[in-house]
Design a protein around this ligand. Structure first.
Ligand code: ADP
Ligand code: MG
Length: 735
């Protein structure tokens, strides 16, 4: 076993080891050494109490002057503890909140009057006096700290009440002192080329820096290491799939695809043609295609996928199309059968000679329809099977599954991907489509095991969509929104109204892609709790009651309708029989109704950038100019306001993806699995470290090509194994 994988109890007193394990899930030497400081404070950054300005984030050294007992707050639920610290001239209050008074007792124990502490926090004014709300602090007990602080950056670790930063620092120091050598995961030539520190020096530099430059040099090596370990894992996965055999599906000039192309009512875009060729080349090989298709909302990804499916049918295979929702699966079935016409009537009266069959398979189908679809898939009559997760169930069999297309992937995990692959006698080809574009290095990190194709151009005839932020608290503006909806309806056009919740009292459905950080814990005198998001049930009542829209045909669509109802509403909306569809984010991805020209998002501030971009992508599809009305109570300035402004400013999905990423923490970007232990990227920024990621990917690919099982790289193998466990495994394979 690698020394780094040794349990901490071999290096620390058992009580300390147990504390780190229970508080921080830090169990091994590796866990602890990679438990990196969240930030550092330096003497140079210390503020004097006299200089504090409201709104600033500051770090001060001061002495505890007083501490109150924890007490329940009168106005709100929860407990409060206040303390004051002073520097002999000025004092500032520290305020701590918790659900129960007992949770605040640890502060009473730490904040002994007269003790010197290093405190950081945000300066606020409360009742005319300065306070630091929810501060971080670190007691400065022995005299040495004070002297050291003079020039050394002090690490502040992610900590808990029972395992405060200074205790972690002590444990790290003990472990570092008893570590004489750490095997390097990086190849020597990479270390030389990049001029990186040795692993142990890097760890010392980040945990016990003497200067700011130490921190930088240590982080640079660890960042490279992090990127390299991750890219090695991904390169191994790529290599292992590439080593599998697939049935080659070479194109045919006289098949279904050719017949389909011949009757397409429009020209393919250049991008569709180019990506189509890339895919055809992949399909013609005896190794499974592993391709990610990126393109902005409305760029025509579905058509690319359909052409790939037809090519596979031409070559004697079947294709499965997995959609994230039943609404989307049903829509795919409708639109694919519509564009194929008699080419989709295989085995039926009126079917063309070459025709195949397209069937739907979802969890909620009636038993008879379901049995028929299962038979058509298993017997091979269905060339294309469209479905949801139901396709993954064990009893679903294919005669000759040749291609799996995963639409709008971000809802699909990997177990699903592998489950589908398990349904073929040989490994099927795979095409994954993103819902919205993502920056290149995110693709390299999150989908690093896939080759990437990008659709850069939009089909012609796409009309402009105008986006306007509408203040919800201004009745005249809101009134204008509903009159606008009525005007469009009078022109025969349709409107989506999207809400964050189904019914009052529900939890919000929106924001699931991390658009919004949890609201800050309000301090005393802080803002009132936010109004709950408007619900579909409220808004539909409003639309039906408003004089302008009362006469319109208005329906609701949300996850709580039974599937048949959902399908019926969606079908009638698509057929133009519904003027206004009040819905939740079930219409977020993929829904394609060209006659819809208005998108109203209620409480737009509760949605993330990519969600809003997706929602807006539902309109402007049919050559009709679109209007996107983002209703919000949030002013510009804050992060929610900035998100809305970004949507107002641009319709370029690639640009929005960058903005989105800049606003969010990496953990959110990389998906929920990233929040698990050990799995998150600690130092690497998927935007900021683009160069590192790209270089590490090249290095890792070379190394894996020479040594696929890392037989000659044991330290690297151990680091990869450590990453690829549990949560991380899911993360790596989530694509
Ligand atoms: P997305 O990439 O968001 O999935 P879709 O595949 O839904 O986009 O395509 C959006 C619309 O553009 C569809 O109505 C589709 O029929 C149409 N479309 C696709 N390709 C072309 C093209 N080359 N020319 C004109 N319209 C196209
Ligand atoms: Mg689509």
């Amino acid at each position: 076993m690698d020394e780094l994988d040794a349990p901490l109890s071999t290096r620390l007193p058992p009580r300390d080891a147990a504390l780190l394990a229970t508080e921080l899930e830090v169990e091994t030497v590796r866990d602890l050494l990679w438990h990196l400081p969240r930030r550092y404070v330096e003497r140079g950054q210390l503020s004097s109490l006299r200089e504090l300005q409201p709104g600033e984030s500051v770090t001060v050294v001061a002495e505890v002057a007083s501490v109150s007992a924890p007490r329940m707050m009168r106005a709100r639920k929860g407990a409060l503890l206040s303390a004051t610290v002073g520097d002999g001239r000025d004092v500032v209050a520290l305020t701590f909140f918790a659900a129960h008074p007992g949770q605040l007792n640890r502060h009473v124990a730490e904040l002994v009057v007269g003790r010197r502490v290093l405190v950081s926090g945000k300066v606020e004014v409360f009742n005319g006096a300065l306070q630091l709300a929810r501060p971080d602090y670190q007691p400065l007990d022995d005299g040495s700290d004070a002297a050291e602080l003079a020039d050394r950056p002090t690490p502040l670790y992610p900590a808990t009440g029972k395992a405060p930063s200074w205790k972690i620092a002590k444990a790290v120091s003990t472990v570092l002192d008893t570590t004489s050598e750490i095997a390097d995961v990086l190849p020597a030539d990479v270390v030389r080329r990049e001029g990186l520190l040795s692993p142990l020096d890097a760890l010392r530099a980040v945990h016990e820096p003497r200067t700011k430059a130490d921190v930088g040099a240590g982080q640079r090596r660890m960042r490279y290491e992090e990127a390299f370990v991750l890219q090695t894992a991904l390169a191994q996965r790529r290599a292992s799939v590439a080593g599998e055999r697939a049935v080659a599906r070479p194109p045919r000039g006289d098949g279904l695809l050719a017949a389909f192309d011949a009757r397409l009512p429009f020209e393919l875009t250049d991008g569709q043609r180019a990506v189509g060729e890339e895919i055809a080349a992949d399909l013609a090989r005896e190794h499974p295609m592993q391709r990610l298709l990126q393109g902005d909302v409305g760029s025509g990804k579905t058509l690319v996928a359909l052409r790939a499916m037809l090519a596979v049918v031409d070559a004697g295979g079947q294709a499965a199309l997995l959609a994230p929702t039943e609404v989307l699966a049903a829509q795919h079935l409708r639109s694919i059968t519509a564009v194929l016409g008699d080419l989709a009537l295989g085995g039926l009266l009126g079917g063309a000679d070459l025709a195949t069959r397209v069937v739907l398979l979802t969890g909620s189908m009636g038993a008879a329809a379901r049995r028929e679809a299962l038979l058509a898939a298993a017997g091979g009559e269905a060339g294309i099977v469209v479905g949801t997760h139901a396709l993954l169930q064990e009893h679903v069999q294919f005669a000759e599954l040749g291609l799996v297309v995963v639409d709008e992937q971000h809802r699909f995990g990997v177990e699903q991907r592998d489950a589908l692959r398990g349904k073929a006698s040989s490994v099927p080809h795979l095409l994954v489509m993103t819902a919205t574009p993502i920056p290149r290095t995110v693709a390299m990190t999150v989908f690093g095991d896939l080759e990437t194709s990008v659709l850069r151009d939009m089909p012609p005839g796409r009309a402009a969509v105008t986006t306007v932020a509408v203040p919800m608290d201004k009745p005249a503006w809101v009134d204008r929104v509903w009159r606008r909806v009525a005007e469009e309806a009078a022109l025969g056009r349709q409107t989506y109204v999207v809400c964050a919740r189904i019914e009052a009292g529900d939890a919000a459905e929106a924001g699931e892609d991390g658009g919004e950080a949890p609201p800050p814990e309000p301090g005393p005198g802080g803002k009132e709790k936010r109004r709950p998001a408007a619900a579909v049930s409220d808004v539909v009542a409003q639309v039906r009651a408003h004089p302008a829209t009362a006469g319109l045909r208005t329906e609701v669509l949300h996850g709580r309708l039974v599937p048949a109802e959902k399908d019926d509403v969606m079908r009638r909306f698509a057929a133009g029989e519904v003027d206004v569809l009040v819905a939740t984010t079930v219409v977020e991805v993929g829904v394609d109704v060209p006659n819809a020209s208005v998108m109203v998002v209620v409480d737009a501030d509760r949605f993330g950038i990519s969600q809003l971009h997706q929602l807006r992508g539902r309109i402007g599809r049919g050559g009709l100019p679109g209007t996107c009305l983002l209703m919000t109570e949030v002013g510009p300035g804050g992060p929610a306001g900035q998100r809305i402004q970004a949507l107002v400013d641009t319709t370029d999905g690639f640009e929005l993806a960058r903005t989105d990423l800049e606003q969010r923490r990496e953990g959110d970007v990389l998906g929920a699995a990233q929040s698990g232990r050990r799995s998150s990227l600690k130092l690497l920024g998927v935007l900021a470290d683009a160069d590192v990621i790209a270089a590490a990917r090249r290095d890792a690919t070379h190394l894996v090509a020479d040594d696929p099982h890392l037989a000659g790289h044991t330290a690297l193998a151990a680091a990869v194994a450590d990453r690829v466990t549990g949560e991380t495994e899911r993360f790596l394979e989530r694509a």
